[in-house]
Design a protein around this ligand. Structure first.
Ligand SMILES: Nc1ncnc2c1ncn2[C@@H]1O[C@H](COP(=O)(O)OP(=O)(O)OP(=O)(O)O)[C@@H](O)[C@H]1O
Ligand SMILES: [Mg+2]
Length: 253
């Protein structure tokens, strides 16, 4: 096995412009299997644009995206999800009138047997699926809310439910754009604990404005400034990189 075979997703010299503005400028970045990585940068640095290029919501004008050596630069978001590249859709993915456990069941069935989405599908849940759901409720500390309507849990709990719903599909990669947005400090800690449980078990990329939130979680980090990836590598090394010290820290404090 060569070291390249461990790379799950790779961006190579990716560029995206919006009518003259270079939002992402010749960016290269890769994610290795079971690595938890971060992408940081100030407002407008190009993080979400780059994230959307990874998910397929935007197609770059230049450069390529590879998934395990397959060129997926022009694949639709749906095709990428089918390959195992999952993202959370903030607050759009939960059905608030359903119980927490039913949101998990729905996410599971959508991923594993889309054709069974009929009025009878809840009654056809077999033993394996209910074990899987129970395991997810336990892993993500959602068991105590399992039978509560989703509209009656907190925003932090909902964010955790969204992550649980994404992971119940057994994706290869989970992409999260600002998973802490709108959360209290206590809620951020809860989400961090849940993500920490996935370390070395799941490939995760977290887009976040401030490094302070994710510093203890991410093994590797990329820093974007004005569309460019100015440094990428092991977290401690990158945070001490002269260009990062000069161009990143003052922008986010
Ligand atoms: N659809 C679009 N049309 C035009 N310009 C856009 C579009 N999306 C983003 N931009 C511009 O591209 C640049 C990068 O934006 P992007 O949203 O990727 O930054 P970001 O790093 O995610 O910022 P934030 O931390 O605020 O989320 C910004 O100047 C933004 O105004
Ligand atoms: Mg953004």
């Amino acid at each position: 096995m060569n070291s390249n075979s461990e790379i799950i997703i790779k961006a190579e010299n990716v560029t995206k412009k919006f009518s003259g503005l270079v939002a992402v400028n010749n960016v290269s970045f890769s994610l290795k299997k079971n690595e938890v990585a971060g992408l940081i940068g100030a407002n407008g640095a190009g993080k979400t644009t780059f994230f959307n290029i990874l998910t397929g919501n935007l197609i770059p004008e230049g450069g390529k995206i590879f998934y395990k050596d397959q060129d997926i630069t022009k694949l639709s978001p749906e095709r990428r999800v089918a390959l195992g590249i999952m993202r959370t859709f903030q607050l759009a993915s939960t059905f608030d009138n359903l119980k927490v456990i039913d949101n998990l069941r729905l996410a599971y069935y959508k991923a594993h047997c889309p054709s069974s989405l009929s009025h009878t599908f809840f009654s056809r849940i077999d033993r394996i699926v209910s074990d899987k759901i129970d395991q997810s409720l336990t892993t993500f500390n959602l068991a105590k809310f399992a039978y509560r309507n989703t509209e009656n849990i907190s925003l932090g709990e909902k964010r955790i439910l969204e992550i649980a719903m994404a992971l119940i599909t057994d994706p290869e990669v989970l992409l999260l754009d600002e998973p802490f947005a709108g959360l209290s400090e206590a809620e951020i800690d809860e989400v961090l604990a849940v993500l920490g449980e996935q370390t070395h078990k799941q490939t995760i990329l977290i887009v976040e404005h401030k490094i302070s939130k994710i510093r203890d979680l991410v093994e590797r980090v990329g820093v974007m400034v004005e569309g460019e990836m100015i440094a990428a590598g092991k977290t401690d090394e990158v945070l001490n990189d002269p260009r990062v010290l000069k161009e990143y820290w003052h922008m986010v404090d």
